[in-house]
Design a binder for this molecule. Structure first.
Ligand SMILES: *Cc1c(COP(=O)(O)O)cnc(C)c1O
Length: 388
């Protein structure tokens, strides 16, 4: 076992350098809590970056992984598998409308890459319209659609066919979406970009523009999906059906998994146009089955709406001078601060609560959907203690 300062030294020596790291090692998790190298407990209001919707090491997910690990861990999609079939069946019961074709992969960026390829295959076009402040991942295609210059600048112009339009600006989107557009890509609530919810009319206008031009409407539900906003998917608040949906983060219960979902009416894609060695492996499928079943059977989606409204109201009621606005949907909340978020994150951690940034000035809260009222109150109390 590695202990103490050696752990930090080894990671600093051999890690890529790509991450700004907090000087804390997380060694154990249980429910909404994680524990560091000296046993200090934190309430994880990040859900491990939006992944642990059921909290950490949920018993149902643990049991599913252990059982499947003893039977079959890997099975390429060139063979059929019972767990994968069961997962398709379950997910197709959850997806709205006829979003019932799936390509399985292993991460969010991969789900975005897959979504673009499906859109290009279905339309035979290559134009992409994305939004300013968008975050879609860090592989070269996904990065081309991500807005933040800090992430994109060293690489420049990988996909030349991307147009960025201001988010929530209907006219700008209408102007940019043409008969050369393959995909219009949007988040129902921009996460990294500062926790900005889409206006219902905006998402409806994107749908109309796609219908008019034959472009595919792609929603990136990687962060907003699977109950986070109080519906299974963020776009359901606007009563709009996309052509393609990218899903990842929470779906595997902590195991890596991504899904591209598209409308059955568009049919399957041609053989050999896409693929993934690990995609659809039985271990991730078993964990995802346990995750989706638990979310559904415990009513956690509906509860996320109620809990989120309660949390937002309590935070607003604090009337903090340093908070410009509390916004978001369900258990995806942003507190836009008058100052920088970094020192606030540090102080919050000292008060026992882990939060996330969203841009330079916004504190983002993505607590596990299993969180209780009392635990939400702990977050409110910590914020009241840290901010004035
Ligand atoms: C996290 C995230 C991604 C990228 O997912 P990775 O698994 O890190 O590749 C893409 N889009 C959104 C909205 C995300 O929140």
């Amino acid at each position: 076992m590695i202990d103490g300062s050696r752990l930090f030294e080894l990671e600093d020596t051999h890690g890529s350098g790509a991450y700004g790291k907090r000087p804390t090692a997380l060694l154990r998790g249980e429910g909404v809590y994680v524990y560091d190298e000296v046993g200090t407990r934190y309430l994880d209001a990040t859900s491990g970056q939006g992944v642990a919707a059921l909290g950490h090491s949920h018993p149902a997910v643990q049991a599913a992984i252990a059982e499947q690990a003893g039977r079959l861990i890997t099975c390429h999609e060139s063979f059929y598998n019972d767990r994968r079939a069961e997962f398709y069946d379950l997910l197709s019961g959850i997806m709205p409308a006829d979003l019932k074709r799936f390509f399985l992969c292993n991460s969010g960026a991969e789900a975005i890459e897959g979504s673009l390829k499906v859109a290009k295959l279905l339309t035979g076009r290559d134009g992409i319209v994305a939004a300013k402040r968008a975050f879609h991942g860090r592989t070269t295609g996904a990065l081309s659609m991500t807005w933040t210059p800090k992430y994109r600048k060293p690489f420049q112009a990988w996909l030349p066919s991307v147009t960025h339009v201001p988010y929530n600006d209907i006219e700008a989107a209408q102007g940019a979406i043409t008969e050369d557009t393959a995909a219009v890509v949007a988040e129902a609530v921009q996460g990294e970009g500062g926790v900005h919810p889409a206006k219902d009319e905006y998402l409806q206008a994107l749908r109309d523009a796609c219908d008019r031009t034959g472009a595919m409407l792609v929603f990136d539900e990687i962060q907003t999906g699977l109950g986070r906003t109080g519906r299974w998917f963020g776009f359901q608040h606007a009563d709009v059906t996309p052509d393609i949906v990218a899903i990842a983060k929470a779906i595997g219960g902590g195991l890596p998994m991504g899904v591209v979902s598209w409308r059955a009416a568009h049919g399957p894609i041609d053989r050999a146009t896409h693929g993934s060695t690990f995609g659809g492996n039985p271990l991730a499928c078993a964990a995802a089955i346990a995750t989706l079943t638990t979310l559904r059977d415990q009513g956690l989606i509906e509860q996320a709406a109620v809990k989120g409204t309660w949390l937002a109201e309590r935070l607003r009621a604090l009337e903090l001078n340093s908070v410009r606005e509390v916004r978001g949907r369900g258990l995806m909340l942003g507190l836009e601060l008058r100052g920088r978020v970094t020192p606030v994150l540090k102080a919050l951690q000292e008060a026992g609560v882990l939060g996330l940034p969203a841009g330079l000035n916004t504190l983002r809260l993505l607590p596990p959907l299993i969180i209780t009222r009392e635990q939400l109150q702990v977050i409110v109390d910590a914020i009241a203690e840290v901010l004035d």
